[in-house]
Design a protein around this ligand. Structure first.
Ligand code: GCU
Length: 462
């Protein structure tokens, strides 16, 4: 029997506002709280993997100690050919590179290594939190604190606000190039400085910020962990958790490196709207895990003009196929697997690095023809990141650079402290340890060729 119409209306009138007011709270399933170990195990289960190979050990006395012997480094392992299409045909023109081969390589990195950025990542609304005229050293500057708020209306239980600071010379007569550095949060920095004071002891000479201002450029500090936490527990939170509505990842979902790189691209979106910035000349810079993330940002987002990739090592610019320093087993462990897509774990057992459809030279090739500076410290002090493995990857990307009309890197590994900065792929190994500082002036000399004379930048040819 049909209810009278008004009864239905009354019920709806009373219930609907209540239901919609309650909807986000009552219908949103709270984020899953998995430890890194539980989430890591979950990924292994999804892959039907029961054990992984262990990584290299930092302790030289361990039976699993990292290899630092060149003769055992597997340097001659054949690399996948960046200029061979999946159907076996050769890439002979720039057009084939852009239309066919580059997308094939991106698909491999997306699916097997870094994971895919979902198509429905919410929009970021940038807020200028404060604008301050101040001094940076002896240069008058304008510093803007910025917050990139992600629209979380689809899942209010997770909120994400990207932390970015932009400093430009106050006396600039127009938009300036900007060097954006991926940085640890001030809290992490303070905690580290307390535990390892020597790491944060002032280095001689001007800071990187002063060096950048000396060129008449600006600098920006981007805190990647404001977009995505640096641990496996955090994968149901941050931008990855927001898009997944608090649920764990699928095997080809993005990991932290891709999320950090995504955040850098959102920072660039903001720069495109700020008249103080010449957004066509923004450099990305990062060290160690942030060197990896900066390289991923540069590879995927063609708007970045140039990159300084410091000591990025495994999952950065170092060839996976080299047995020197860090290995896949380290990155696939519970402390670092969250950087990667779940699918990456399978290359740590039963598959090996030789089964990877791509290697780091192809990540660098994705940056072509834009200029990239790859740096590292001495083997004694920074051997873990394998400077030579990164050099070989950089040299391995040369054929793509030349195909696109840019200048390659020599295939001759240079002596330590010898800058190779004449081409569009640059390399230098400094004699210090795991620090970006000693290579910074050389990076700026290299960068000045492109950022000071925008018309010379190879990007201008596209
Ligand atoms: C570890 C890790 C490296 C990483 C480094 C860092 O050493 O194994 O891959 O680059 O941490 O980011 O500090």
């Amino acid at each position: 029997m049909q209810k009278p119409f008004w009864i239905i209306l009354t019920v709806l009138a009373v219930y609907l506002p209540f239901a919609s007011a309650q909807a986000p709270e009552s219908s949103a399933i709270p984020p899953a709280h998995l430890t890194s170990e539980q989430d890591h195990q979950r990924m292994m289960d999804l892959l039907h993997i029961t054990s992984l190979r262990r990584g290299a050990d930092g302790d030289p006395k361990s039976p699993y100690a990292a290899n630092y012997d060149e003769s055992k480094a597997n340097s001659n392992a054949p690399l996948p050919d960046p200029l061979l299409l999946n159907d076996g045909k050769k890439v002979t023109t720039a057009k084939i590179w852009w239309s066919k081969r580059r997308p094939e390589i991106i698909e491999y990195f997306d699916r097997e290594i870094y994971g895919r950025v979902p198509t429905n990542v919410p929009k970021v609304n940038w807020e200028v939190v404060s604008t301050k005229r101040e001094m940076s050293g002896d240069v008058p500057v304008i510093t803007k604190k910025l917050a990139g708020h992600l629209d979380n209306s689809a899942y209010p239980l997770v909120s994400v606000n990207i932390d970015l600071t932009l400093t430009t010379p106050a006396n600039a007569s127009g938009p300036v190039p900007v060097v954006m550095q991926f940085s640890l949060s001030p809290e992490v920095m303070a905690a580290l400085a307390k535990r390892f004071p020597q790491m944060f002891a002032p280095t001689p000479g001007p800071s990187w910020q002063q060096q950048v201002l000396d060129k008449g450029w600006g600098y920006a500090i981007y805190i990647p962990t404001s977009a995505q936490a640096d641990n496996g527990e955090g994968l149901t939170d941050g931008v990855i958790g927001l898009v997944n509505k608090g649920q764990p990842r699928k095997l080809d979902d993005w990991g932290a490196l891709r999320a950090w790189a995504w955040g850098a691209s959102r920072a660039l979106d903001y720069f495109e709207t700020d008249k103080a910035v010449d957004a066509k000349h923004v450099a990305v810079a990062g060290h160690s895990r942030y060197g990896k993330a900066a390289l991923v940002a540069m590879a995927y987002d063609q708007r970045f003009a140039i990159a300084y990739i410091s000591s990025s090592g495994e999952a950065g610019a170092k060839l996976y196929r080299r047995n020197f320093g860090e290995q896949i087993g380290n990155i696939a462990g519970t402390g670092e697997y969250h950087w990667m897509a779940g699918n990456f774990l399978k290359y740590d057992g039963p598959l090996t690095e030789k089964d990877l459809p791509v290697d780091a030279h192809e990540l660098i090739a994705l940056c072509a023809p834009r200029p990239v500076f790859i740096g590292a410290g001495a083997t004694n002090g920074d051997g873990w990141v394998d400077a030579k493995g990164m050099f070989l990857a950089a040299a391995g990307s040369s054929r793509v650079y030349t195909l696109l009309g840019a200048k390659e890197l020599t295939s001759q590994f240079p002596p330590i402290e010898t800058a190779l900065i004449d081409g569009d792929i640059a390399f230098r190994q400094h004699s210090g340890g795991h620090t970006p500082a000693p290579n910074f002036p050389t990076f700026l000399t290299f960068a000045a060729r492109y950022l000071k004379n925008p018309s010379l930048a190879p990007t201008a040819t596209r």
